[in-house]
Design a protein. Structure first.
Length: 364
């Protein structure tokens, strides 16, 4: 009986061991099977991520391609615009060539006009020599030239009209009055005010005003203006108001203030003549001291360079501001590089009944 019980116990223990081993094998198979099922799922998630990334890159690339197409269309439009502008420039160049041809023809006419003026100048010099010789003959009264009666109330040798009851003197005070050529004028305009006032050309202008006022008849009304971009009376607070010579104070004050003026800026002849037009009573004699054609109209334009043809147009527009029937006596200190000024002011003097005087550097 005892041996039988031992055999049964051994058999149950063996079965327990076998059952555990079998169960372990089944568990291993279950784990392996689960791993095989989850791996494709992980692979599928990675593929989806890659696909999403590729789709995003495709979308970005599509947007960039669309932008490139838009830029290409803009470039083509700019090319068409540039072609139109190039065509316009070519047409402008052709117009300029035509204008140059016209200018060449005009220059030929100017040469003829200059030759005629030189002939007339020679005749005037001969006439001056004759008059000077006649003054030196025995029996001459010995009186000053101011007392010699010539044509009307003109100063005998210069031809300037000195008479009138309301005399207006206009003095160019632009930067060009600092020198006789543009280069030195540009240099001197950057100097200090004291040096500018001492410029030879400006001192000649001041002495010319002294000469005019010394030769004016007595008991008249006068006014003196300087002009550059604006026209300004030498006596503050007397704009468009006549001053009388009976009282020496206004004339003395005006000449003192003239010596304090500093030439600067551009030249607006329009504003100077506009003042003459607005005087009441209007002037019956105008003296204009200037060195060339104006460089600006009533107001300054945008252009930094102004060409001779434009300056001539501005000059002609300024003439429209002059009061009718008033002689304009121009004393011209020519600026180099402005050949059109002399004939232009000569024509103005002829049309107004005035005179043109272009004196030597030591006058008056």
């Amino acid at each position: 009986m005892a041996r039988k019980r031992d055999t049964t116990a051994f058999s149950l223990a063996f079965l327990d061991i076998m059952s555990c081993g079998f169960g372990a094998i089944i568990l291993v198979f279950i784990v392996i099977h689960y791993s095989q099922e989850t791996e494709p799922q992980d692979v599928s998630a990675e593929m989806m991520a890659i696909i999403s990334k590729l789709n995003l890159e495709i979308e970005v690339g599509t947007r960039e391609l669309r932008q490139v197409q838009i830029n290409l269309e803009d470039t083509e439009e700019r090319v068409r615009t540039n072609q139109d502008e190039a065509l316009a420039i070519i047409n402008t160049l052709r117009d300029l060539e035509d204008e140059i041809d016209q200018i060449v023809n005009v220059d030929l006419d100017k040469d003829q006009a200059i030759a005629a003026l030189k002939t007339e100048l020679l005749e005037l010099e001969l006439e001056t020599d004759r008059l000077e010789a006649s003054l030196e003959t025995p029996g001459s009264s010995g009186k000053s030239l101011e007392q010699i009666k010539g044509q009307g109330d003109r100063q005998y040798l210069t031809g300037l009209k000195m008479g009138g009851q309301h005399i207006l003197i206009l003095v160019d005070a632009s930067a060009s009055m600092l020198a006789n050529d543009p280069t030195n004028a540009l240099i001197r305009r950057n100097l200090d005010d004291s040096t500018k006032r001492r410029s030879d050309k400006w001192q000649r202008a001041i002495k010319t005003v002294d000469w005019i006022t010394a030769n004016m008849p007595g008991d008249i009304a006068f006014q003196i203006y300087t002009f550059n971009t604006e026209a300004t009376p030498l006596i503050p607070g007397t704009d468009r108001e006549w001053q009388v010579t009976e009282d020496e104070g206004p004339l003395k004050k005006a000449l003192e203030n003239l010596r304090l003026v500093v030439p600067r800026d551009g030249t607006s002849l329009h504003n100077a003549f506009k003042v003459a037009h607005q005087f009441r009573p209007r002037p019956d004699n105008i003296f204009l001291i200037v060195d060339g054609l104006p460089t600006m109209a009533e107001t300054k334009g945008r252009a930094t360079v102004i060409y001779p043809r434009e300056r001539m147009r501005i000059f002609n527009d300024a003439l429209l501001q002059l009061p009718d029937g008033v002689p304009v006596n121009t004393i011209l200190f020519p600026m180099e590089g402005d050949p059109d000024a002399t004939p232009a002011y000569w024509v103005m003097a002829y049309n107004t009944g005035g005179a043109l005087l272009s004196p030597s550097s030591d006058w008056p």
